[in-house]
Design a protein around this ligand. Structure first.
Ligand code: PHE
Length: 445
């Protein structure tokens, strides 16, 4: 049973801290670049609005009504077949799996903060060599910073919901927003800003393949932290009279705004000083440092601030990725918080080592199957299968399993006329959309 409760603003900060992560600043710009901008961004925005927002409310509702860890909440709320429905709560395992590569990427960011203090690559070519030599040959550096990330995250989790999670978000989220706002303001003064706007908002439908479509939908899930129990677990600590719709609105609004601001800023810098919207996961680690170099001394300051902001975004998401399983072991097995945080931390730390090795020359041959490294597999299986499946289960659970009267008793007064459309979309639109996305991502369609 939970005793700790978020403060009103504390919840919004923590949930937005979960949503705003590497997905917004590292992943979104590079996949938007890969799929040609405009049309992709539009599909992503529509998905966020039409599906993401309604699932966000549903996920909050399960946590809010259940008041416990994800597994117990499903079990508690299912009127029949409790033993079956409790498996719905194991969607929170996805968070631990995501952490396997998420922590490694945060490690790269730590490394870039430190190296940016003294060095920026002069050309994109040089930047590529630097990044690739870290990725493919430097096990020690990656291992070291991955371990630093593990210690930081485990430490905060052990401090608990209020003293750890709420507190860290309370400082890091405003700091992150200030840094991004400052850099964005600078970007708007540059000539290339209008090019960046055109790239992100002028839809070129010929670039929208079915794969781009599905990636946009999958990303909407990932970036809103849906389908793995993070929002659900946080919502179990909401105040009794909380307004879920307002909370969901703020989380979706902040997450989307920050993705767009970060995207516009990065593309402006890349058009003005760099090589344009470069493709691939190396965007912020390769193209961007070279663009910062071109900016002179401002670039040095920006490079450090940017990677600091990115680290903050990653850390506030990380705690939300692990907390659901921590809560599970505390609630169901009466583990101490220390024992639960440390065990979950050690889990992702241990497998993270293999994620690093799966990119290292000489070791990667043993950790690659079907053309994908272990690192890529974890990313793929979580985003392509686990999160959409989690979303599907929640939509069906709230739409069909929890008695409508119970759902109504909380949501009717908050959603008003929008209650029926929301309920309809949970029952019919979302499950079908999620199912299609899942099949396509798995390559079946
Ligand atoms: N939303 C986070 C991001 O954009 C990732 C995340 C996914 C966090 C799922 C929690 C749960 O980086």
């Amino acid at each position: 049973m939970k005793i700790a409760r978020f403060s009103r603003i504390g919840f919004i900060m923590a949930a937005a801290g979960s949503a705003v992560g590497l997905g917004n600043i590292w992943k979104f710009p590079y996949i938007a670049g890969e799929y040609g901008g405009g049309a992709f961004v539009l599909v992503y925005l529509l998905t966020v609005l039409l599906i993401g927002f309604s699932i966000m409310i549903a996920e909050m509702l399960i946590g809010y009504l259940g008041r416990m860890d994800t597994v117990s909440s499903f079990e508690e709320l299912a009127p029949v077949n409790k033993h079956l429905w409790k498996f719905g709560g194991f969607q929170s395992l996805a968070g631990l799996f995501i952490m396997i590569f998420y922590s490694v990427v945060i490690g790269w960011i730590f490394n870039y903060i430190i190296t940016s203090l003294t060095y920026l690559p002069a050309t994109p070519k040089e930047a590529e060599i630097v990044f690739n030599s870290m990725l493919h040959t430097d096990f020690i550096t990656q291992f070291f910073y991955h371990t630093v990330a593990f210690i930081w995250i485990t430490y905060v989790l052990n401090k608990g919901l209020k003293g750890g999670i709420e507190r860290m978000n309370f400082y890091l989220m405003p700091a992150l927003m200030i840094i991004l706002a400052g850099m964005f303001a600078y970007a708007t003064t540059l000539g290339a800003f209008s090019q960046a706007v055109a790239f992100m908002f002028a839809p070129d439908w010929s670039k929208i393949t079915s794969e781009a479509f599905v990636t946009a939908v999958g990303h909407a899930f990932f970036t809103l932290s849906l389908g793995m129990g993070a929002i659900m677990t946080y919502s179990a600590s909401l105040e009794k009279d909380a307004n879920l719709v307002k909370n969901a609105f703020w989380v979706v609004f902040l997450d989307t705004t920050i993705a767009i601001v970060a995207g516009l800023m990065l593309f402006t810098f890349l058009y003005q000083y760099g090589s344009g919207p470069a493709k691939g996961p190396g965007l912020v680690f390769i193209s961007l440092p070279a663009a910062f170099y071109e900016m002179g001394i401002v670039g040095n300051v920006f490079a450090i601030l940017f990677f600091v902001a990115l680290a903050f975004a990653g850390l506030t998401s990380s705690v939300s990725l692990v907390e659901p399983m921590v809560q599970y072991f505390i609630d169901r097995f009466s583990w101490s918080r220390l024992r639960a945080s440390l065990s979950m931390g050690l889990f992702f730390w241990f497998f993270g080592i293999f994620a690093i090795l799966s990119n290292i020359d000489g070791a990667k041959e043993y950790l690659t199957w079907g053309g994908k490294s272990f690192f890529d597999w974890v990313d793929y299986v979580t985003a392509a299968i686990m999160l959409p499946l989690g979303g599907l289960i929640m939509a069906v659970f709230v739409g069909f399993i929890i008695p409508k009267s119970k759902v109504e008793s909380v949501m009717k007064s908050q959603l008003k006329w929008a209650f029926e459309p929301w309920y309809f979309s949970l029952r019919y639109i979302t499950p079908i959309a999620m199912f299609v996305v899942m099949l396509s991502l798995m390559g079946v369609l």
